[in-house]
Design a protein around this ligand. Structure first.
Ligand SMILES: Nc1ncnc2c1ncn2[C@@H]1O[C@H](COP(=O)(O)OP(=O)(O)OP(=O)(O)O)[C@@H](O)[C@H]1O
Length: 345
């Protein structure tokens, strides 16, 4: 794997309080890595450390095979796109895009040509004469991307660039961003707290929790074999069900160590009439219909809550009694103490 970016044993602190702890991450050249985690996990700090905006307290950062740990931001050849877009309001779109080039002494006419090419690449060439105040959120986002692009960086750092857009625009821009990545063959690190965005966009996802890397894997690995209860519950909506092993008996042959905590996704749950044999008795507390799907919120006999995803056309009625079945192959077993995965990957 040729190295686009590597963090090795990186720690970082704000005013003496460590917020990144011994982070190891590698991003291959041309790879799109999404850093996913809840608010405060340290996602932005990872980007700031790579960009050189925050110093490390331990570890090394290298970009395109070059150790940049002690280099100032301007010498690292990275471009960062912020959630706020950070455009200069008094400059035109063309000047905003070219700004990074002019401070680098690129001649004016060359800078103008490159700004136009970057604007064309992200579909905002018709906006070059406007000012940021005259743009929609989606248009500002394109301009911010063009400004990152024009510098031809070794690594793009994207800090929640889609979070200020409405849902429809976010979905559209997400696909465009992925297409742009593929066209450029760019090395990108994209930060988000949105698990769907991560699953759709990423080559690989790094899940961050309290300043530590909890798991790194392809979207499929993160989804199918979450390494811990934290990852299992963070990815997927509604969240994976989690029960103590003695509260519930799945169907079929159990794995070698069926004790600990059992996790299963809402879509792994089958509901049957209360009069059928087998399964665990439960009561339906409430039902939410979302288009073709329905989410049934249940309480098992014994008091544990479970969510089931079923076809809306076959949803149970609130207040009714049902039987809940889950098959062992759909069950993830986690250690009750550490929360780490027990069932093999
Ligand atoms: N300038 C700062 N001074 C002190 N503490 C900070 C500073 N910036 C961030 N922190 C703290 O560092 C930790 C990590 O913050 P960071 O912004 O990297 O998290 P994040 O995962 O990007 O969160 P969000 O999704 O909310 O942006 C948090 O506990 C935060 O409060």
């Amino acid at each position: 794997m040729s190295a686009g970016l590597a963090l090795a044993g990186v720690s970082a602190a704000y005013r003496g309080t460590e917020v990144l702890h011994d982070v190891d991450l590698t991003v291959a050249r041309g790879e799109l890595l999404v850093v996913l985690g809840p608010s405060g996990a340290g996602k932005s700090t990872v980007l700031r450390v790579v960009a050189g905006l925050e110093p490390v307290t331990a570890g090394r950062v290298s970009i395109a095979g070059r150790d940049v740990t002690d280099l100032r931001p301007g010498r690292r050849n990275v471009s960062m796109v912020f959630q706020s877009y950070a455009l200069f309001p008094h400059l035109s779109v063309a000047e905003n895009i070219a700004f990074g080039l002019e401070v680098r002494d690129v001649p004016r006419s060359a800078a103008r040509d490159r700004a136009r090419a970057a604007a064309e690449a992200v579909g905002c060439a018709e906006l070059l004469g406007r000012r940021p105040g005259q743009l929609s959120g989606g248009e500002r986002q394109r301009v911010a991307l063009a400004r990152a692009l024009v510098r031809e960086p070794d690594v793009f750092l994207l800090d929640e660039p889609l979070s200020n857009l409405d849902q429809a625009l976010r979905v559209g821009m997400r696909a465009e961003l992925r297409a742009l990545h593929d066209r450029l063959g760019a090395t990108m690190v994209h930060v988000t707290h949105d698990q769907t965005e991560a699953l759709v966009l990423a080559d690989r996802i790094a899940v961050l929790r309290d300043g530590r890397v909890e798991q790194v894997g392809t979207p499929e690995q993160i989804w199918r074999t979450p390494a811990s209860v934290f990852v299992a519950r963070f990815v997927g909506s509604p969240a994976m069900n989690l029960l103590p092993a003695d509260a519930f008996t799945p169907d079929g042959d159990p794995p070698p160590q069926p004790d600990g905590q059992l996790g299963f996704r809402p879509e792994a749950v089958t509901l049957a009439d209360a009069t059928t044999d087998g399964g665990t008795p439960a009561t339906v507390d409430r039902v939410e219909v979302v288009g073709e799907d329905a989410y049934a919120y249940l309480t098992l006999d014994g008091g544990h809550p479970v969510v089931a995803r079923v076809p809306a056309a076959r949803r149970p009625a609130a207040g009714s009694a049902v039987r809940v079945t889950v098959r062992w192959p759909d069950v993830h077993v986690f250690d009750a103490g550490t929360g780490r995965r027990r069932t093999p990957a």
